[in-house]
Design a binder for this molecule. Structure first.
Ligand SMILES: NC(=O)C1=CN([C@@H]2O[C@H](COP(=O)(O)OP(=O)(O)OC[C@H]3O[C@@H](n4cnc5c(N)ncnc54)[C@H](OP(=O)(O)O)[C@@H]3O)[C@@H](O)[C@H]2O)C=CC1
Ligand SMILES: O=C(O)C1=N[C@H](C(=O)O)C[C@H](O)C1
Length: 251
């Protein structure tokens, strides 16, 4: 018997792809296509809820889903460290529940952020530039926020060079790291992490050329979520990337 999945944000760019992945997968069936006009109880009978809606709506959608016992996959942006901490605490109050928040379903993006995390302790000069299509509703991107937070943590929150409160054109500080956002026709999604040291720079760039980049990650999250309890952030642990570069890791 197939597992029923409800999709919040089903009419959107990402939601359309999520519905396609579910419909093509032999183990899942699309239980509900939810939009901004759906009622709070719609889709409640599904075993899994995928939220790919809007950063402002996402916390409410996720709270309703976990409180009725659904496994949850979140692809919506806006889940910064503060929101993640609140969700982790909430899941701990509801034993047996589980959610995975995936800032970026693309393999290359996850690898790029992992490389940035590994490099972060070795440089004191770090900036992130992200570019997206002009219809993106938020900035900076969820991926850039997550990358900055992971890099800051890897640095033990040691500050980067040149704080600049009086110079807004130098970017928005996220976890102490300047982040710059571009919104440009012709772009799908791009992130550059720039690191500077004595006599050298290192740039880690990832380009998303089409939403096809998200397909495999969506499938991986769907296949994993029923077996997860508590909060999982990113595809890192599903890909075995979370331990690479961590203290004590030798591979
Ligand atoms: N994790 C990842 O890899 C990726 C994440 N994203 C993120 O996914 C989210 C959606 O992006 P995208 O598909 O481009 O956005 P779209 O604007 O194309 O679609 C948004 C969807 O959410 C619904 N929606 C909008 N507002 C609300 C609301 N208040 N309550 C419930 N549903 C609502 C819309 O319904 P309606 O049709 O009624 O307006 C629509 O179905 C963004 O946060 C984006 O950053 C995007 C790509 C990849
Ligand atoms: O809105 C988008 O398009 C994307 N949003 C996510 C983000 O905010 O990081 C993921 C990806 O960059 C595409």
């Amino acid at each position: 018997m197939s597992v029923s999945v409800a999709v919040a944000g089903a009419t959107g760019r990402l939601g359309t792809l999520v519905c396609e992945v579910i419909e093509e997968h032999p183990e899942f069936e699309l239980g509900a296509r939810l939009t901004s006009r759906s009622g709070p109880d719609e889709g409640g009978e599904a075993e899994i809820l995928v939220d790919v809606s809007h950063p402002d709506a996402s916390p409410g959608i996720v709270e309703r889903a976990i409180s009725r016992g659904q496994r949850v996959i979140v692809g919506t942006s806006g889940w910064d460290a503060e929101r993640l901490a609140a969700l982790r605490a909430r899941l701990a109050e509801l034993p047996g529940t589980g959610a995975i928040v995936v800032p970026n379903f693309s393999l290359g993006s996850v690898l790029g952020s992992t490389l940035a995390r590994i490099a972060a302790p070795f440089y004191d000069s770090i900036e992130i530039v992200e570019a997206h299509h002009p219809r993106k509703v938020d900035s900076p991107s969820g991926t850039a926020v997550r990358t900055a937070e992971q890099m800051a943590e890897a640095r033990g929150h040691r500050t980067v060079e040149a704080p600049f409160p009086e110079q807004p054109a130098r970017g928005q500080l996220i976890a102490g790291i300047p982040v710059h956002s571009l919104r440009l026709a012709g772009v799908v999604a791009k992130q550059e992490v720039h690191l500077g040291g004595a006599g050298e720079t290192l740039t880690i760039t990832h380009d998303t050329h089409s939403n096809e980049a998200y397909r495999a990650g969506i499938r991986a999250a769907l296949e994993a979520v029923t077996g997860l309890t508590g909060l999982t952030v990113g595809l890192d642990s599903l890909l075995g990337l979370d331990r690479i570069g961590a203290a004590g890791e030798t591979r």
